[in-house]
Ligand binder design. Structure first.
Ligand SMILES: [Zn+2]
Length: 271
């Protein structure tokens, strides 16, 4: 599943190809994505210039002159820039065609992706309103986490996955960040000290930035017809390593279920 680093890498990969270009057409082959795509977009988008491509949480915001396309990659989606006339493949659902002779093509076998059009402030769209801060921005730090955690009995891992607390920290990155910060995933959020939250905020930033750096090496894949953008493999300390020795202390990594998801941790390094 595309996580925040993949979405950010997609943004960087497609931004240069889109910014400043004029939309010459929008082809919609499958409007039944996670939510139905508005067929009126076929007429609405034509003639508008792309101002910028931004990101909020795992949504890409393609800013046009009269509104913003809000695109989500879902579980299995990818966006790529292709030369116009590239044959449609199975699971290609829409293409935003540009005056450069290229198009932004969306492929998604499982169709959990989505595309919305917003003519107001996109950050106020129901999908985006109420989301917590971005983990890579300045307002996300240990003091913020400690403040939000005060008195909370929910496990710190669940707390970190809550999109109202911070966006885009998926299961892999939550497990890895808690390991780096030495915090047991089942500890109550309200019982983690401010100092440890400072370590945790730094660790979250580190694991995401490392993944984005790794993604940088795949950037050309977003503007070529060959291959499919892959998901990033970084060196993982605990995620999907149950039964293997901790890279730091040798203790066997354990797996537990939390909220129907697997959590991996080292019982010696994390307390
Ligand atoms: Zn360990």
């Amino acid at each position: 599943m595309p996580e925040l680093p993949e979405v950010e890498t997609t943004r960087r990969g497609i931004r240069a190809a889109l910014s400043g270009r004029v939309v010459t057409g929008f082809e919609l082959r499958q409007h039944r994505l996670r939510w139905p795509v508005d067929r009126a977009l076929v007429r609405e988008l034509r003639g508008q210039r792309v101002r910028d491509v931004r990101r909020r949480a795992k949504y890409l915001l393609i800013e046009l002159e009269r509104g913003t396309l809000i695109a989500h990659l879902g579980m299995s989606g990818s966006l790529r820039v292709l030369p116009s006339g590239t044959p449609w493949r199975p699971h290609d659902h829409y293409e935003l065609q540009l005056d450069s002779g290229r198009g932004l093509r969306f492929n998604d076998p499982r169709r959990f992706g989505s595309l919305h059009w917003s003519t107001g402030d996109p950050l106020g769209h129901p999908l985006l309103a109420g989301l917590g801060p971005e983990p890579l921005e300045r307002d996300f730090d240990g003091d913020y986490l400690a403040g939000r955690a005060r008195g909370r009995r929910v496990a710190v891992k669940q707390f970190l996955l809550d999109q109202r607390i911070v966006v885009g920290v998926g299961n892999i990155y939550a497990s890895e960040a808690l390991f780096r910060a030495g915090i047991h995933p089942r500890r109550a959020a309200g019982r983690v000290s401010r100092e440890r939250y400072q370590r945790l905020a730094r660790a979250v930033r580190e694991v995401l930035e490392e993944a984005i750096r790794q993604g940088g090496t795949t950037l050309r894949d977003y503007v070529s017809a060959e291959g499919t953008p892959g998901y990033f493999r970084q060196k993982l300390f605990v995620y999907e390593r149950a039964g293997e020795p901790c890279r730091r202390c040798g203790t066997t990594i354990r797996r537990v279920a939390q909220g129907q998801r697997s959590t991996y941790f080292c019982p010696s390094c994390q307390t």
